[in-house]
Design a protein around this ligand. Sequence first.
Ligand code: UDP
Length: 486
Amino acid sequence: MVIPSIAHISLLASPGLGHLIPMVELAKRLMAQHGLTVTVFAVTTEANRAEDELLQAPALAWPGLFSAVVLPKVVEVSAQLEANAAILTRLLAMVSAALPNLRSSIASMKIKPAALIVDLFATEAIKIAEEFNMKKYVFVASNARFLAYTLYFPTVEKEVKRDEPFRIPGCEPIPGEDLLELTFSPSGRAHQDFIRISRDITAVDGILVNTWEEPEHKTLGSLRDNRFMKPMAKVPVYSVGPVVRMAGTVGSTKTKTELTEWLDGQEDNSVVYVSFGSGGTISTEQTMEIAWGLELSKQKFVWVVRPPMENDTAASLFNRVHEHGTNEFAKYLPDGFLERTHKVGIVVPMWAPQEEILSHRSIGGFVTHCGWNSTLESIVNGVPMIAWPLYAEQNMNATMLALELNVAIRPETKPTKRLVKREEIAKMLRRLMVDEEGAGIRTRAKELKESANKALNEGGSSFIALSKASDTNCFCCLFQPTIRAS
Ligand code: UDP
C-alpha cells in the first residue's frame, strides 16, 4: 500500500564546517521554497560544538521537517593514511568509512528519502543512493570555475605546467600556479581521487553549484554550451547560489556579546575582520607579522586567532590545532600586543560568529583565505576583501576576486610561498580601508551584493535555477508519496 506522506529528501555533507554549513543552508532552502522534508547526514571529524549547534537549531525550529543524523566518527581512518596524505584523500577516507553507517541509517528509516544530494567530496555515496533507488545529485559548495576544472581534469593528457595557464574550453584560463597541488602529481593518490570525483559527478541526475550568473556567466555559459564544456558535464548544471548563512536566520548567531557591543560602538566600514576560515592555520612567524601589520596600519580590527602551525595551512580542518589548547593564543602574539590594542581591536580565539560579524555595518574589509563560503558571505554583505589564499581552490578564488571581479586586493607576496611582512600587510590594510582604491573596491563589492540579492529573490536567476532543477528533475513528483508502508 502506498501511503501519502510529505516529500522527503536527504543531503550528505563531508567533514568540515565549510562543507556542512552550505549543505544545511541548502536544506533550509529546499524546505522553505519547495516544501520538502529534509534529512541532513553529516560526516564529522570530532565532537564539535559548532557542528552540533548548526544541526540542532533547524531541527528545533522545524520539528518533523528537518532532521539531522550525525554519522558516528570513525576513529581508525587516520591510522590507515600516510602522515602526509592530502586533504582530499583524508576527506574521502572519512566519507568512505562512514558509508556503512549511512547505509544502515537509510535502511532503518520508515520514510525513505527519495533523493540524495551529496557534496563534492562525498560522491562515493552515490552508489548507496542507487542501492535504495534514490535520485542522486551533487551540490558543489564551490564555484562554477572549480566545477569546470573538476570536470575537465581527467581529459587533460599533456603535462600541466605551473608557469602556463590551464585552458578550459570556453572559460577564463586559470594561472598554472593557482591549480590544486594534486594536479602536478599524476601518479599520486589525490590526483587519482580527483579523477574519480570528476567521473562520479557526471553520473548523477543534476549538479547544483553555489554561484550565480553575474560573477560567472562565462563559465556557466561554457558548462551549458555543446561547443565547450556541456559534453563533459553531461548532466544539467544549476547555479543556485549564493547559498550562505545570513545573520539572524535559524542556526546562526544573533546575540549581544562583548564583541557585538564593541562593533556597535564603531563607525561604519571602519573595522577590518581577519579570519582564515574553519580550517586555515598560519605559521608562528606569520602570526607575528599579521599582529604587527594590524598595529602599524592603525586600523580597527577583529581577528580570529588560532595556535600557529608550521608547514600546515589547513591544520584546523582536522582539529590538529586543538592539541595546542585553545586559550593560549596570547603567547603567539607580540609582547604587549593585547594591551596596546585593547581599544583598537578584538582578538577572538579559535572561532567567531562570522556571519554576524560580516553583516555588521562597522565592518569595512575582510582579510580572508578565500574559502568559497567566506567569499560569498563577504559578497552578500558588500564587504571588500584582502585575498590571502592558503589551500585547496583558494588561489583560483583569489585570482577571480582580485583580477576579474575587482572586489579584492591581494598581497604581492604569495602567502603560501613566503612570509608576508608587516609593512606589506599594513600597506594593504590602508589601501583597502583608507585609500581611494579601497573606496572603488567597496563600491564594486556593494554592486555584487545587489546582484546576489537579485539572483536569489523570486524571479531571480538562482531562484529560477532551483525551481528548474525541481521541475526538470521533477522534485515535486520525485518527492511525492513513493513510500510504501512496511
Ligand atoms: N566560520 C565561522 N567562524 C570562524 C571561521 C569560519 O563561522 O571563526 C565559518 C564561515 O562563516 C564559513 C565557514 O566557516 O561559513 C568556512 O567555510 P569556507 O568555505 O570559507 O572555508 P573552509 O573553512 O571550508 O576552508
